[in-house]
Design a protein around this ligand. Sequence first.
Ligand SMILES: Cc1ncc(COP(=O)(O)O)c(C=O)c1O
Length: 389
Amino acid sequence: MKNGFSRRHFVGGAAAALGALGLRPGSALGALKLPPPPPGLAQLDPYDRLAKLSSNENPYGPSDKMMESMNAAWKYSNRYGYPDGDILEKIAEHHGLDTDHIIMNAGSGETLKVAGIAFLGHEEKVVGVEPTYMSVYRVATGIDADVIARPLLADHTQDIDDLIQVTTRNYRDVGLVYIVNPNNPTGVVVPDSDIRHLLDNIPEDIPVLIDEAYHHFVRDPRYSSAVKYIKEGRKILVTRTFSKIYGMAGLRLGYGIAPPEMIHEMRTYATGSVNALVRWGGVAALEDHASEKYVRDTTIKLREATMADLRDQGFEVIPSETNFFMVHTGRPASEVRAEFRRRDVAVGRDFPPMLDYLRVSIGTEDEMKRFMASWNEIFPDGMRATGAR
Ligand SMILES: Cc1ncc(COP(=O)(O)O)c(C=O)c1O
């Protein structure tokens, strides 16, 4: 099937959650905080007023160690050749691979674009699900390639047998298979057994792109990174980002892991524009395990507390393995979103065909309180008010 896309009472919950972690905002690791806006700006700048729960960002920003490392790198800002902390080597080492398996980009968004351009020929197709992260699909339409987007199953999982069938049926035309794991916007994982099943049952010369942007948040034991399949010599590209767990979305750092031949094909199209500060920030991020754990644990606790509050009110919430979740609003999510926006809370956009589900990113404890307070105003009678079941 071709999709229509182409060419076309929370306070207790959150406080208890942080209490259970033994964390207080402002505690040692609570120092993982963005610098406050300059005096006066907070009142003036609408951006700073917003609770930003719409783009799956990390609300804490770079850790102190990352900031120190980046600050020390200012001295390279007027240079071309400079020590960069061996960021490429550090990434390669992190995965137990050589640097010829790594392509580093200005965000994994760039890696996705480069992969689309490198692997999708004229009128070739990318096969994946809908809804998912749209970047690769957008590249496909932009370069006169095409998208075969298949629906999710009723339980919001990706239908791997269906993807196998479609890929095999369109073998000659398929340039790329795209799996986001865990998926955005649903937060649902593809179990490792399904990934292996997919790889074992599609022609082995079709590249498979597995986007692991939310890898660090997953606790489901059925999940495992697909990097091991690259080590088996399969034609796979795994993408990772520093935007989520490491809080570098505005700084732009991401990378791809693949067999050297695939990396070589992609390099032609990459800009290589990762600046000196970001390189040093990335090295520090990979070494700062305490901050990584703080972000993961706090995010998961706040997510589970918020989801539990919504479920207590009778709302369906899709179980999530990421720093966001989807809740069934029972009416157009766009209307609900507008009501949130009036309260200075930004929540996710439309994800057709799931138009009565709202995607909510996990912010700070304070932001989640604001989310829940607004929710209680918008849905004063819980799920009954929506008329949905
Ligand atoms: C699944 C997925 N992949 C990739 C990205 C791009 O991230 P970045 O370009 O910041 O690395 C995102 C961002 O939200 C995402 O959700």
